[in-house]
Design a protein around this ligand. Structure first.
Ligand SMILES: NC(=O)c1ccc[n+]([C@@H]2O[C@H](COP(=O)([O-])OP(=O)(O)OC[C@H]3O[C@@H](n4cnc5c(N)ncnc54)[C@H](O)[C@@H]3O)[C@@H](O)[C@H]2O)c1
Ligand SMILES: [Zn+2]
Length: 405
């Protein structure tokens, strides 16, 4: 028996933020990030819609990018005081993910962060509140997924919380919110979505239901991401749906080691000046992981199918895999994303001298590789890497060298 879970209701299209008016309850807490939703007027609109629905509204503001365990605990405390029956999270992946984790702690105040990280081990939620997610970036699709990514800054590690319990009850996919994204965010979140769709399609947990969503998402992203990056708003609107379809796929088919590696490198060099932004990490690692996974015959065939849907040509599966890798690297170039950690520079742009020094990378490599293997996303990857292989793979991602093992 297998399970396929999505939010019960999904409102999409321009103006669908108004669906907040239809929520029924007494008190709603609105969880938001650093200010973009306020600046563009979406937060006020959301609050007013909830008030029109007859609810008392409180805000929990200032959730940082790549949210921390501390923020989660603070938000849960605010929830315990206010006792909302709706949690409405609005913004990018960060505030929505943080709100999901706060929700667990609110319903089970005695639970620790370690308890939350037990994969598919969350107790039954919705005894206190329901959850509505409104996404403003086109990538994480956390508005429809069973995942939340929280960073433990003491350890420098991102932990995925995974359970269908935290799949939101209501998702609002309103492209108006995505239209205000700066270009860099479009690039990163867009390649995150592409990685979700490709990893879901080759995952060992794929099925008929997720395949259809993943393949359609890949076609849509290939057709619109570059135009969306270049400020074409029709393409931007389509991307908002495409990333959501990719999310529906990976929430049920799970992911692979591109994400394991992104989770474990993202905050690992924060003491050297910057995060490796999630979407940029995925964009750099995806072509390398495809080359590694393609040694598995089933995965190779599946990459071939993806290449066919993308109309990339090629006669053999080997040719198709090579063309798929080339196409993804071309997309990175057009989106101004570097090909490797060594060239990952200020503000995530390509540069000769990136912010992660070679000796620091090599010194931390064994630990990062070990953590990446232990990541929750590794289990569904089509090829299980050994410690030695993971270290070699990460080295290819640092130097942009060919994966031939
Ligand atoms: N839960 C999941 O399934 C899942 C999947 C992939 C990634 N993630 C996680 O999500 C986080 C990243 O989320 P993200 O990429 O959506 O970015 P984000 O939420 O971290 O936001 C990045 C920045 O963009 C701004 N912003 C957001 N929307 C905007 C808009 N419409 N206009 C202008 N500015 C806007 C924010 O204020 C913030 O400064 C990471 O922690 C990542 O690990 C979660
Ligand atoms: Zn992702």
């Amino acid at each position: 028996m297998a399970r396929f879970t999505l939010p019960r209701d999904l409102y999409y299209g321009k103006g669908s933020l108004e669906a907040l008016k239809t929520l029924k309850g007494k008190r709603a807490i609105v969880c938001v990030g650093g200010g973009s939703m306020k600046r563009f007027g979406f937060l006020d609109r959301a609050v007013n819609y909830l008030k029109e629905a007859g609810m008392e509204v409180e805000l929990f503001e200032g959730i940082e990018s790549d949210p921390s365990v501390e923020t989660v605990m603070k938000g849960a405390e605010a929830m315990q005081k206010f006792e909302p029956d709706w949690i409405v999270a609005i913004g990018g992946g960060s505030p929505i993910d943080a709100a999901k984790a706060m929700w667990i702690k609110y319903e089970y105040p005695e639970s620790t962060f370690e308890d939350m990280c037990k994969v598919f081990g969350i107790p039954e939620l919705r005894k206190k509140a329901h959850f509505c997610a409104v996404s403003s970036t086109s990538g994480t699709a956390t508005e429809v997924t069973a995942f939340s990514i929280i960073t433990d800054y003491e350890k420098g590690i991102k932990y995925p919380i995974a359970d269908f319990e935290i799949t939101p009850d209501v998702a609002i996919v309103d492209p108006e919110l995505a239209e205000t994204m700066p270009k860099k965010l479009v690039a990163h979140t867009g390649m995150d979505a592409m990685t979700h769709a490709i990893e879901a399609y080759v995952s060992t947990a794929n099925c008929d239901y997720t395949d259809a969503l993943a393949i359609h998402a890949i076609e849509m992203i290939q057709g619109t991401l570059i135009d969306s990056y270049n400020e074409n708003m029709t393409a931007r609107d389509t991307m908002h749906n495409a990333q959501c379809l990719a999310g529906m796929a990976f929430s049920n088919a799970l992911l692979g080691i591109v994400h394991s590696m992104a989770h474990k490198t993202g905050a690992a060099f924060a003491d050297y000046g910057a995060h490796i932004i999630h979407g940029a990490a995925n964009a750099m690692y995806l072509p390398k992981v495809i080359a590694f996974n393609a040694k598995d015959p089933t995965a190779k065939k599946r990459y071939g199918v993806i290449a066919d849907y993308m109309h990339l040509g090629g006669n053999t599966d080997d040719e198709k895999v090579a063309l798929l890798i080339a196409e993804l690297r071309k997309m990175n170039d057009e989106l101004n994303i570097p090909h490797c950690i060594k060239n990952y520079g200020n503000d995530s742009y390509p540069t000769e001298e990136g912010f992660v020094p070679e000796e620091v990378f090599l010194e931390r490599l064994p630990e990062i590789a070990k953590n990446a293997i232990a990541d929750a996303c590794t289990g569904s990857n089509p090829r299980q890497p050994s410690q030695e292989e993971m270290e070699k793979l990460l080295k290819c991602c640092y130097y942009d060298t060919e994966v031939d093992f």
